[in-house]
Design a binder for this molecule. Sequence first.
Ligand code: GLC
Length: 476
Amino acid sequence: MEIFHIGAECYPAAKVGGLADVVGALPKYQNTAETQVRVVIPCYDNSFRKENNFECVHWSTLQLGKFNFPFSVLKESTNKLGFELYLVEIPELFDRPNIYSYEDDIERFLSFQIATLDWIIGRGTVPDVIHCHDHHTGLIPFMMTYAFKYEKLRNTSTVITIHNGLYQGQFGFDKLHYLPQFDLVHVNVLEWGNCINSLAAGIKCADAITTVSPSYLNEINYSANGLESLFRMVRHKSKGILNGIDNQVWDPEKDPMLDLNYAIATQEKGKQENKEELCTLFNLDPTKPLFSFIGRLYDEKGADLLPQASKLALSENNEAINILVLGSGNSEIENQLTELSLDYKGSFNVFIGYDEALAHKIYAGSDFLLMPSRVEPCGLNQMYSMRYGTIPIVRRTGGLKDTVVDFGDDGNGICHDQASVEDICDAIKRAIKLYGDQSSINKIRIKGMSTDHSWERVCQEYIELYNLIITKRNEN
Ligand code: GLC
């Protein structure tokens, strides 16, 4: 079976968030003697492009309405990611350092999708499955179904995975002419909410839809930024498959990003040493419990609650705790957190930005990880933290609900119901009490560290899904 994964991010080639971790790991575990997996992402002007070797396997010109863009497809030469990685280089649109947030994102990602399909139909073989990720690739199943020039791909099965349904890639019908020609009787397939909606088109046309956790699949029936009724309509072809984590990259025993490695048997000492190092780096006190937050600073993640919750938790508990934040995003939240770090020197600190190695050190050196998300389709950080013996404190939503059980119910973490300052502070109080009881802490840490969140477990579910949709297509 030949599978193409197509997305905007893939770790370590290009990363903003969890999407990259999934597109960089799932294919690695799917790649076997029977299953050839290839990953295609745009080529950004970043360090991965500069520091690795590539061979050009295809070059041509793509058409976007009346514009023409030269593009080439570069294959990473060594397959060191565990699968074949292809970068689609469209210099005029992607030769920039960032992945998103340019004014012409619609033109950029539409061109990427067209270039990718142009290349795939020009190859000798037709893949069995094209697996799209999020709205940046949502028009691929539509174009494969209706565009005249992609007729060769009519028999290829398609899957779209929803990592985040809030973002949908909408644009006006004035840009309809960007799409390769198709019979206009099908134009309504593109439409949702009076505009072209890339995600909605992908959902309508794909053979199967997956969400990154079972709970998120239920939640989008009543909360999906306008797509609720569409999700209800396609329920028969939808499945929630919980993400895994890459246990090779996330392994406290071997992690090269840690100065001090540890295993379950040595966790008490290992975590303490990592904590001391981390606290020295951020001017915090290693004798107090350390609560951390890692992630994008947006309301969706509950990051807007952090400044107030931190302030309250610090004052309510006489500064007997440390709080450390790593992330970037909303500038107002960034400013409030920076201000707090000045007001609460020695108990609160923040690193604005993203630093992969620092994230590893924080998972290893923290006692608790805060995830007060309003929306969390899966969430990987709670799984990383458990693997490193750090107890997650999560709001019961989406994938957090599917992976974390409160320690009061003999679980592996601390849960709260609301994304609110009060609920976060109550959870912190419970955590402080727990911190005073070393044997309970050890029990919960070990439970987290021994839980199997590996991709091996999950991979098979996707393969079964591919087989199912391939069989269904052959029957029709
Ligand atoms: C998105 C979601 C996150 C999920 C990740 C990978 O970033 O917000 O919850 O874990 O994608 O699927």
